[in-house]
Design a protein around this ligand. Structure first.
Ligand code: PLP
Ligand code: ZN
Length: 434
């Protein structure tokens, strides 16, 4: 494999040139709609049909037993799966945040509350370096940015991505300039700003921010910028596969029967499905059916609305929910999420903001895990799906918690002191706690 020096290619490398980039097993980009292939480059839309491009691999030559051993001997991070990701072989030695290999918590107390008998697990991605699953995807985009010679990292973000980009850029020596809706939670804003990059609030929704970034890419002002979720999106998206890999490895190289995944753009859900199918194809897990369930907040539920109505198209909504990290009204991968939920026998469901808050408290009270609002959405939807019978409580079920409750404290405001007393025993007795 050729060792890539960032000086030899740059952002002027278009889709038609064939740069000698080394992104490990990544062979090309291929169009999800028409299958048209182009060389690896900072492009995201098909030149034939405008469909989304995704990374195509050459996984030939792997024997399941030695691949499994190699992974198990690897680092306690996403890089144990480097042979399955669009990154150079020596990626683990480069400065990055080394995210992943987060806890898969056997949630027996929550299982009892919800009536799950087949084994309930919480994949707790709040344990990542910037406390959300976004470190996984940014780590892939960072390697692509290095390979294509970008010097500034950027993104449109609902909050967590801004922090993950800021931190990754700081560690790896990139400049960063990221864009968020101006009215995000204080915890998200501080987490994004503290790493020292530029943070720009835009007066509008996430969908407005995203449109702005697409304009910036086409403008000289955006030259040399790698937008992790726009022009680097094919690489970024692959990071979510590591959630699928980890869940299966942590279950003893076994597929879960059911997995509940939050939906913002829908990218994470589609790549979890891709990761599970890859493990089956590589012979690392037994080929059995699995069901993927999508979770949204009612105040931003374009995908669950389409699912329940039996539609194939997703009608955009104007978000109004406390689950701001999931507040994408026009989700790019929405139609693919519908396909996957239907193909696997899963479903897409939504919960109200009040149910989100209840679910955050339920998870905290039963398992000692403080989830952000997105985690409240997945736990709340899991409860609703069990009640409706869509989710089988006798099957192994994995619920994702993708972020940390400390970033969305407002959601549980009002939770606080049980009593205030004077510092003596009489006063304590009067409080009625004994
Ligand atoms: C970004 C994000 C997601 C999912 O995002 P997709 O765009 O659907 O991939 C889920 N949870 C949290 C906390 C997030 O920040
Ligand atoms: Zn195409």
């Amino acid at each position: 494999m050729a060792v890539q020096t960032t000086a030899s290619t740059n952002e002027s490398t278009g889709s038609t040139a064939s740069p000698a980039v080394d992104l490990g097993p990544a062979a090309a980009l291929s169009c999800r709609e028409c299958g048209h292939r182009v060389p690896l480059g900072p492009v995201f839309a098909c030149e034939e049909c405008f469909g989304p491009l995704e990374v195509a691999y050459d996984f030939s030559g792997h024997d399941p037993e030695s691949l499994r051993k190699r992974i198990e001997a690897g680092p306690a991070s996403i890089w144990r799966y480097a042979p399955l990701l669009p990154v150079p072989a020596d990626v683990a030695g480069k400065p990055n945040l080394n995210p992943g290999w987060t806890a898969l918590v056997k949630a027996d107390n929550l299982a009892r509350e919800l009536g799950v008998t087949g084994g309930l697990y919480v994949k707790d991605d709040s344990g990542n370096p910037t406390h959300s699953f976004k470190d996984r995807v940014v780590a892939q985009a960072l390697e692509a940015a290095r390979a294509f010679g970008f010097t500034t990292l950027s993104c449109s973000s609902t909050g967590n991505l801004a922090g993950a980009v800021g931190a990754a850029a700081a560690r790896a020596g990139f400049r960063s300039c990221v864009f968020i809706p101006h009215d995000l939670e204080q915890g998200k804003v501080v987490m994004a700003a503290v790493y020292g990059g530029e943070l720009v609030g835009i007066e509008g929704t996430y969908d407005d921010v995203n449109r702005f970034c697409s304009e910036l890419i086409g403008d000289p002002a955006g030259e040399g910028w790698g937008f992790v979720n726009v022009n680097l999106r094919p690489y970024y998206a692959e990071g979510s596969k590591t959630l699928a890999y980890e869940v299966c490895e942590q279950l003893g190289w076994r597929l879960p029967d059911q997995i509940v995944v939050p939906i913002a753009s829908g990218s994470q859900l589609t790549k979890i499905d891709k990761g599970l199918r890859e493990l089956i194809g590589l012979g690392l897990v037994e080929d059995r059916p699995y069901k993927i369930f999508g979770a949204q907040a009612e105040g931003c539920s374009p995908v669950s609305t389409a699912f329940k109505a039996g539609h194939d198209v997703v009608r955009p909504q104007k978000p109004d929910t406390i689950a701001k990290s999931l507040a994408i009204g026009n989700p790019a991968d929405g139609p693919y999420v519908l396909d996957i939920a239907r193909r696997t026998g899963g479903a897409v469901e939504d919960v109200t903001d009040a149910q989100v808050v209840d679910a955050i408290k339920l998870l905290a009270r039963t398992e000692g895990i403080f989830a952000e609002t997105a985690g409240g959405v997945t736990v709340g939807v899991t409860r609703k799906l069990i009640e409706s019978g869509a989710l089988d409580p006798s099957k192994t079920t994995v619920v994702l918690n993708t972020g940390d409750g400390l970033k969305t404290l407002d959601a549980v405001a009002g939770t606080g002191l049980t009593a205030t007393i004077r510092p003596n025993l009489d006063s304590f007795r009067e409080a009625g706690l004994v």
